[in-house]
Design a protein around this ligand. Structure first.
Ligand code: ADP
Ligand code: ZN
Ligand code: ZN
Length: 686
């Protein structure tokens, strides 16, 4: 008996396809096995009966024709279902990775390590610990807590949802409009029908809140989380609960899109526009896009929820390929915050550059402090200052390993590279000329918090960013202080703009958001708009105070369309202008992109590899651009170059990639000093 087994052959071997092994029995596809690979024994997944002449266990194909036998069968685990294998095969093909590599990478790490005996032990422990799966009907309804009456808008959306054929639904609703309530109602229906529900969220930080809401709503149901914050043992147990059909609800970050769910009935993608849904290394998949594919394949509904949908999803809704539901008003009728745009050109020229808070903004914050309300100041740059500078000789605090400045962190007096992590103590004097007077240039959150402290003596200031929350539990503690009203002004990065329900917050200010208006990254305006809308959503969540809620923007470009659309909370208008621009420039979603990235110690090596790659003749309808360095070309001593491939046809791009990538594996052999290369399909940053 010959079986094809998917194993995790390293990508650089170019061995993407399953390998053949001998087996004593025709184990069904999806069965987990241990097989010899080279000198190791690795976990693999039976993919079907052997087809071709591929030789198992001999990467490179240079060993003899003798097939090696499967070492062990982990048949205590039910085979991974066909739907799961199809999803994995599709993702591997679409994102140009080896099938086995991807299939194994998306299993819980623990599962890849254990043998049949250990697996049997884990499964036995499950049976002892796990409560019997809740009966699909009995009790659940009586035990349910009282439901809030739906708003007319929610009720209409829910009725529409029920009437729709299974397929993608874009739920566009401003923050606080009750999207989560709709997820809960849709989930209730699926659960009552005996189905499982998968809920994807962009960040681990956002899971506890949502988990609590689902757990409270569905007390009789088994809910498990899937994210990288769990211990390996927990991850495996949760995954097993899902795969064995015992878990009713699976809530997790992008990796959970690959959770096998035998009774899948609904997928929810919350904050579907969030870039965190795209994996940024290895198989660079988009969990949002795979969720849509999976839902269509398994004929279940998928709800994509957002206050600021991705322009890709919005365009599909415009074309009628996604159904669209809208929640235009906040629950309880709370007004969205009023936008106050402060034109920095109004300040005297010599003062404007130094101004931290424009006088009216400062007055607005002071008024809030007097009323016992909170303000949030948003600045998307951590540290004290992005660079140190010597006025005498022009020295700047560059990173010796990267083409980037090292950031000055005042608290521990370090210069830290945010790209490679290289950290040193701040020099006493300029390393080049000995000048004692080296000065910070620009402003990060640390400096902003310090300046606000000076401007608002007596105010209680807190700062939340990746630095202030490095220690475990720090974020929770800081958030608790904000919720308890122990903070008057919160300074933070985008980290605080998302999801948090700050009841006393009535002012949000972006102190310097202009950068995104002129960034080279064509998605920067989309991200900034979304961030500002989200941030605005932090203010006035308590309807009693909503009338006083304000969002402030300090800008040199007060008439920019982005701020105009923000003023009217008009996502549709913003999307329309952006999409028109993208259409005229031939950018996504009106074209499809792939990026070939290459890394080497010397830029010339990466450049030469990409030049050879680009020389493979592209068919008409597909453009291969010249290799260019990314915005930060050198990181940790490694030079990076990239090559953009563009087509207006997704199938054409896919066909080309499928033919091109195997040639790249061969090409790599001729460029020995190349460290790495990778293809990124539908890249987020180009
Ligand atoms: P979103 O997910 O769109 O931000 P939520 O579903 O979290 O909105 O709703 C915002 C707030 O309104 C929450 O506190 C929620 O409990 C409450 N809420 C939602 N729907 C209703 C309703 N129909 N009646 C009363 N309160 C509701
Ligand atoms: Zn100097
Ligand atoms: Zn560095």
């Amino acid at each position: 008996m010959r079986l094809a087994v998917a194993v995790e052959a390293p990508q650089h071997t170019g061995l993407g396809a399953p390998l053949d092994y001998l087996a004593g029995a025709p184990w069904p596809a999806g069965t987990l096995v241990r097989v010899p690979l080279g000198r190791r024994t690795v976990t693999g997944i039976v993919w079907g009966p052997a087809e071709g002449a591929a030789e198992g266990g001999a990467p490179g194909g240079d060993a003899g024709p003798v097939l090696r036998p499967v070492a062990e069968v982990l048949d205590a685990l039910p085979p991974l279902p066909p739907a799961w294998r199809e999803l994995v095969a599709f993702a591997a093909g679409y994102y140009q990775r080896g099938l086995g590599e991807l299939a194994l990478a998306v299993l819980p790490p623990e599962l890849r390590r254990i043998d049949a005996v250990q697996l049997a032990r884990r499964l036995k422990r499950r049976r002892l610990v796990a409560p019997a799966p809740a009966p699909a009907d009995a009790g659940a309804a009586e035990a349910s807590p009282a439901l809030p009456a739906l708003t007319p808008e929610q009720a209409a959306a829910l009725a529409q949802l029920a009437a729709l054929p299974a397929g993608p639904v874009l739920l566009h609703g401003v923050t606080g409009s009750g999207k989560t309530e709709l997820y809960l109602r849709a989930a209730a229906r699926a659960l009552e029908a005996g189905q499982q529900v998968l809920v994807l969220v962009p960040e681990i930080n956002l899971t506890p809140q949502l988990e609590a809401r689902f757990a409270e709503r569905f007390p009789g149901r088994r809910l498990v989380a899937q994210h990288s914050g769990l211990t390996p043992a927990q991850r495996l147990q949760h995954w097993l609960a899902a795969h064995l059909g015992q878990a009713d609800l699976v809530l997790g970050t992008r990796l959970s899109v690959f959770t096998p769910l035998p009774r899948l009935g609904l997928i929810v993608v919350d904050e579907e526009h969030d870039p965190s849904f795209k994996q940024q290394d290895g198989a660079r998949y988009s969990a949002r896009d795979l969720a849509v594919w999976r839902a269509q394949r398994e004929r279940v509904p998928v709800i994509l929820g957002s206050a600021t949908p991705s322009l890709e999803s919005w365009q599909r809704a415009e074309e009628g390929r996604y159904a669209r539901l809208t929640l235009a008003a906040r629950v309880g009728g709370g007004a969205l915050p009023r936008l106050r745009v402060f034109d920095m050109n109004r300040l005297p020229r010599d003062r404007a550059q130094q101004t931290v808070l424009a006088p009216p903004l400062q007055a607005a914050i002071e008024a809030r402090i007097a009323r016992g309300q909170q303000s949030l100041l948003l600045l998307n740059r951590r540290g004290y200052a992005p660079v140190l500078f010597c006025g005498a000789c022009g020295w700047k605090s560059g990173c010796p390993h990267c083409s980037a400045w090292r950031v000055f962190h005042k608290l521990d007096r370090t210069l830290r590279c945010h790209h490679c992590g290289f950290t040193e103590r701040v020099p006493r004097a300029c390393p080049d000329c000995g000048n004692l007077d080296i000065a910070p240039l620009g402003r990060g959150t640390e400096k902003l918090a310090e300046q606000i402290g000076a401007l608002l003596p007596g105010a209680r200031i807190a700062r939340i960013d990746a630095d202030s929350t490095r220690l475990k539990g720090a974020l929770e503690g800081q958030l608790a202080a904000v919720h308890a009203g122990e903070v008057d002004v919160l300074v933070g990065t985008q980290m605080v703009a998302k999801g948090h329900d700050f009841r006393r917050m009535t002012l949000v200010a972006a102190v310097n958001p202009d950068g995104a208006l002129f960034a080279s990254d064509f998605r920067a305006p989309e991200r900034m708009f979304s961030l500002l809308m989200q941030a605005a959503g932090r203010a006035g969540r308590d309807a009693a105070q909503a009338g006083e809620a304000e969002m402030w923007i300090q800008t040199w470009h007060p008439t920019h369309p982005l701020y105009r659309a923000l003023a009217t909370h008009d996502y549709a208008a913003f999307a329309a202008t952006q999409l028109a621009e993208r259409r005229s420039l031939g950018l996504p979603p009106f074209c499809f992109l792939a990026l070939l990235r290459a890394e080497a110690r010397e830029a010339e090596v990466a450049q030469a590899f990409l030049a050879d790659a680009a020389a493979v003749a592209a068919p008409p309808g597909l453009v291969c651009y010249a290799p260019v360095p990314p915005p930060v070309a050198r990181v940790a001593g490694v030079e990076r170059m990239q090559l953009l491939v563009e087509s207006s046809s997704r199938p054409l791009l896919q066909q080309w990639l499928a033919a091109w990538v195997p040639q790249l594996h061969a090409l790599k052999a001729r460029h020995r000093r190349l460290l790495r290369w990778a293809v990124d399909v539908d890249p987020l940053a180009v």
